[in-house]
Ligand binder design. Structure first.
Ligand code: NAG
Length: 153
């Protein structure tokens, strides 16, 4: 169980901009505990098999319904997907402003903005967002470095 929690913790999108001023320990644990509780809740709703977890850890786009829906759940909880199943940075940016400096928030905003293009693609499951999460996943993975965002799964 401890391993699972650790894996999920890492799985969650921990957005630390490289080279930005370090967060205080209190900020750090506030961010982590928010992410962790969200991820645990998502894992409860969509328990991943070991294979599904490995795939995500290796940044492979989720293919199973379960893994896609887990990703959608995490995206919604970290505020990069709205409750209509569209990618939107509004909530994440609002949250990030509380702990990150201006430059990091801007990078985060641009990073998410880059992937809102997947909102124009057709999906079959609407607000559930599982299909959209699959479309957005490779976009986030492929653009993270460009915006100095490290995705540690
Ligand atoms: C999702 O975003 C697209 C592109 O901006 C928009 O056309 C669509 O109406 C949005 N969907 C919902 C349910 O808001």
């Amino acid at each position: 169980m401890a391993n699972y929690i650790l894996a999920i913790c890492l799985l969650t999108f921990v957005l630390f901009s490289k080279g930005s001023s370090a967060l205080t320990n209190a900020q750090n644990s506030a961010v982590l505990s928010t992410l962790l509780s969200g991820a645990i809740q998502c894992f409860g709703e969509h328990p991943l098999s070991a294979a599904e977890m490995d795939a995500i850890k290796n940044k492979k786009t989720p293919e199973t319904e379960n893994a896609k829906c887990f990703a959608a759940c995490v995206f919604k909880r970290v505020g990069i997907m709205d409750n209509k199943g569209n990618i939107s940075g509004t909530q994440a940016v609002q949250n990030a402003k509380k702990v990150f400096d201006k430059d990091s928030v801007k990078k985060l905003e641009d990073f998410i903005g880059e992937c809102t293009k997947v909102n124009n693609q057709h999906v079959n499951d609407g607000a559930k967002g599982c299909d959209r999460a699959k479309l957005a996943f490779p976009c986030f993975v492929n653009n993270a470095q460009k915006y100095g965002v490290s995705l540690n799964f």
